[in-house]
Design a protein around this ligand. Structure first.
Ligand code: ADP
Ligand code: 5GP
Length: 206
């Protein structure tokens, strides 16, 4: 059967250290073809991060030029650094009818909803408790103490936005969280845009 869809968006948010990257990696073979949106950021790369893989790492000046040029679908300041989603690759992936996955913060989610609500599904990912989050951030060994404190503070505010999302994934056991993510990704693909709906009705009526 011919698909009604022309690409869909799945937004994932949740505190830094919630396990978003771990879940995407664990589920990646099961969710079919997708495009993971690589964000642009002014934060410094962490040990092991590669430019163009986790993020495009740029200077503040270059980021601000891109803002002026209108190159971002959305952008926000998180933990004192800029993070943004470039419009062009997302548009292309949607045209290719792919599922586009965003790992963006709660401000980014609101902006994507404002622009592309009709094709967007969202999930908030969190460890079971604040304490568990703190343990994981420390175990990851990628951030120093002041950064960890700032991320925990931020998490206390981010959790208040949990109700804005279609789904919540409690990342306790990774296998369960990955299973839930796979179900949500499949549902996200099936989300029907209003435009598709109109075309379908027209065709159905003959
Ligand atoms: P995020 O991408 O949301 O910032 P990560 O995927 O980097 O988070 O996960 C943060 C840390 O927590 C990593 O060290 C990861 O191995 C660990 N982690 C992820 N999921 C679990 C889990 N279910 N139980 C225990 N540790 C986990
Ligand atoms: P980190 O520094 O841990 O990689 O990411 C910090 C936060 O920035 C996370 O909450 C992550 O979801 C968010 N983030 C990453 N990329 C983007 C983006 O392009 N836009 C927005 N709004 N947030 C982002």
């Amino acid at each position: 059967m011919q698909s009604l869809h022309k690409g869909a968006i799945l937004v994932l948010s949740g505190p830094s250290g919630a396990g978003k990257s771990t879940i995407i990696n664990a589920a990646s073979k099961e969710i079919g073809e997708y495009y993971f949106s690589i964000s642009t950021t002014t934060r410094a790369p962490r040990e092991g991060e590669i430019n163009g893989r986790e993020y495009f790492f740029v200077t503040k000046e270059s980021f601000e030029e891109d803002i002026k040029a209108g190159n971002f679908l959305e952008y926000a300041k998180v933990h004192g650094n800029y993070y943004g989603t470039s419009l062009k690759p997302v548009r292309q992936a949607l045209d290719e009818e792919k599922l586009v996955i965003f790992d963006i913060d709660i401000q980014g989610h609101r902006l994507v909803r404002a622009k592309l609500n009709h094709i967007t599904t969202s999930a908030f990912i969190t460890p079971p408790t604040l304490q568990a989050l703190e343990t994981r951030l420390r175990a990851r060994l990628t951030d120093d103490e002041s950064v960890i404190i700032q991320r925990i503070q931020n998490a206390k505010e981010e959790i208040l936005a949990v109700g804005e999302y279609d789904f919540t994934i409690i990342n306790d056991a990774i296998e369960t969280a990955a299973e839930e993510f796979i179900t949500i990704a499949k549902a996200a693909r099936l989300k029907q845009s209003e435009e598709d709906e109109a075309k379908f009705i027209k065709k159905w009526l003959g």
